[in-house]
Design a binder for this molecule. Structure first.
Ligand SMILES: C[S@@+](CC[C@H](N)C(=O)[O-])C[C@H]1O[C@@H](n2cnc3c(N)ncnc32)[C@H](O)[C@@H]1O
Length: 246
């Protein structure tokens, strides 16, 4: 990994113990109550497929794909404790490598049926490089399923609250000012990268992908009943999923 990016990796090394603990306890609410179902549906029938997961973390989604019959799942992440944790639960059809999702040059061209990026591109200074590399390693007809923070939210606006503390609406500002955003998650300072919707879309199209679908996940009444704090997901979009095809 380029030296300039080392500080970004360090943030995730600091985050890793909290992240792994939460994932091993079932995952965060926005994943288990919202995104997992959409991501699995977007991946479709994975029976026998060769799958790459970019920024796999401690391997949670890789294991879900293996459970659903994937032939082989390779998870790559540039954070050593995440890869070590993923290897602890490795089952035989999944493998984990310490690598930068922006440089997949160690992987052969046209060697995967499906590539997944589950909230990883927001961490990448050069997401365009990831898009080009994924296009190269996918077989013709292969799919790239990308979950990102919704550009309306990655811009950085928070909730405006009334005098009683009630949430009134999310403020959207600085949408066209792309670049770094800094916030605290689980007490750790994390850097994310905000890009507009058109920047994402142009990168995918320029690499050669066709857009098959665009999904803005929201919660079902059942999910709100199970996880009441997810009710805000019915008011403003938090995430976006791109279904791309080579
Ligand atoms: C928000 S977490 C998502 C983890 C996993 N996909 C999940 O949904 O549980 C982002 C992950 O991206 C990894 N990451 C950040 N920059 C990366 C890079 N340049 N190459 C590979 N992985 C990276 C982090 O270490 C972290 O595990």
């Amino acid at each position: 990994m380029a030296k300039d990016y080392e500080h970004l990796r360090r943030e995730w090394v600091e985050m890793a113990p909290y992240w792994i603990e939460e994932a091993r306890a079932g995952g965060d609410l926005s994943r288990k109550g919202l995104l997992d179902a959409y991501m699995l549906a977007a991946c479709g029938d994975v029976q026998g497929l060769r799958i790459l997961d970019c920024g796999c973390g401690e391997g949670r989604f890789c294991r879900m794909l293996v459970e659903r019959g994937a032939g082989y799942v390779l998870g790559v992440d540039n954070c050593p404790p995440m890869i070590e944790a993923a290897r602890e639960l490795q089952s035989g059809r999944d493998e984990y490598l310490l690598a930068d999702a922006q440089d997949l040059s160690f992987l052969a061209e046209a060697s995967f049926d499906l590539v997944v990026s589950y909230l990883n591109q927001c961490d990448l200074p050069d997401f365009d490089a990831n898009v080009r590399e994924v296009f190269r390693v996918l077989k013709a007809g292969g799919r790239f399923v990308v979950a990102n923070i919704h550009p309306m939210r990655s811009a950085g606006g928070s909730w405006l609250r009334g005098p009683d503390g009630a949430k009134q609406h999310v403020m959207l500002d600085n949408y066209f000012a792309e670049g770094e955003r800094h916030f605290s998650m689980k007490g750790v300072q994390i850097t994310n990268f905000h890009r507009t919707l058109s920047t994402y879309l142009r990168s995918f199209l320029r690499a050669g992908f066709t857009l098959e679908d665009l999904i803005e996940p929201t919660v079902t009444p059942e999910a709100v009943a199970a996880y009441p704090s997810l009710a805000d997901e019915r008011r403003v979009p938090n995430f976006i999923i791109f279904l791309l095809k080579k």
